[in-house]
Design a protein around this ligand. Sequence first.
Ligand code: GDP
Length: 445
Amino acid sequence: MFENLSERLSGVFERLTKQGALSDTDVATALREVRVALLEADVSLPVARDFVRRVQDKATGQAVTKSVTPGQQVVKIVHDELVHVLAGDTDPGRLKIDNPPAPILMVGLQGSGKTTTTAKLARRLTEREGKRVLMASLDTNRPAAMEQLAILGNQIGVDTLPIVKGESAVQIARRAKTQASLGGYDVYLLDTAGRLHIDEVLMNEVQAVRDVANPRETLLVVDGLTGQDAVNVAAEFDGKVGITGVVLTRMDGDGRGGAALSMRAVTGKPIRFVGLGEKTDSLEVFEPERIAGRILGMGDIVALVEKAQQTFEAEQAERMMKRFQKGLFNMNDLRMQLEQMLKMGGMQGLMGMMPGAGKMAKAAEQAGIDDRMLRRQIALINSMTKKERSNPDILQASRKKRIAAGAGLDVADLNRLLKQHKQMADMMKKLGKGGMMKQAIRQMM
Ligand code: GDP
């Protein structure tokens, strides 16, 4: 999977990483090519656009890390964005199947690979997690589909609910539930009927089954080869029955991969597994890190930049600590702190970074300081000259006006920032003088 996209992107980045210095135009050209590559891989336009914009934002705001080239840094940013666009909040492979017997509802269109995937999942749960699994086919319209599940069950040594002619899907679901309880099964998989297209009758039936079974997971099986259609189907099913994840099948084919890249961004639902063949053992957990690595094919560069960034951050932190020990704290220090806080997800970050800052962090939280506020403060500092940053005491009315205007904010905003800086600087001075900072730092280590 992703061969074409991977080829296209590695072409773009090979050229980029070879260059020593990068101009804005170089980056812009590369990103334009990335965008085209994504669109050709059938990634939806808004997702591709958003992707490129995020990379651009990060690339421009990035601190220059020693020992890697700018091109390598861009590769890392693209990698991280790929992970971001692929990843859901859930751990894809971990299904909610405690509290036996746990029902899992399998839904999807006919021909998507639903029955095969049900068997694949049953096999995985049995072999890898040692679960006792029961499978039931609810496809009352197609006796052949029921037979197919029974045959697969036989092959993989997983029990299937005996077929009783004339029962409705809801009746079968009830029987499966009873059988799963009585038989001491950990999990039971309900393979619902598919149709060729989404229609009301199908959705009503799936909803009725859902209400009876009360599933812990509802997995939508979609054909990865259908590209954006797969994403649309997922959005429809989610709206009508509510899904907890997606299984993309036929990812062994030469599909363009766009469905995988757009799924989470468009539907908000994570891809949990991918089907990589017709056999019952070809189901893989969808791992964003690995997939991103596979798409970019530049694992070495990503690792290199990660290491360089860690070194860089460690050096920066050490430099800052040395300044704190001397009781020094100028606008550059404040900016570094604000950036760190943004990265660490808000005010909480500050508490860990600095002794004595806990109180201030709490106050800021109460005052409703958020990421936007942090970004504004950073913009204000960026709008200062080098001299002003190292010595904010020189800021008089005209300078203040210029700085505030440069950041698109008011002088009042700047005054608030200056006040905050002063409080922190005073505290640093006090701590630094008494040798308390050293003590505090030692305690933190
Ligand atoms: P259902 O109608 O949704 O239940 O679909 P089936 O499970 O019967 O699958 C339809 C066809 O797709 C069968 O021939 C399967 O072997 C095939 N299939 C299912 N999953 C995959 C997959 O991940 N890769 C490939 N290559 N074929 C698959």
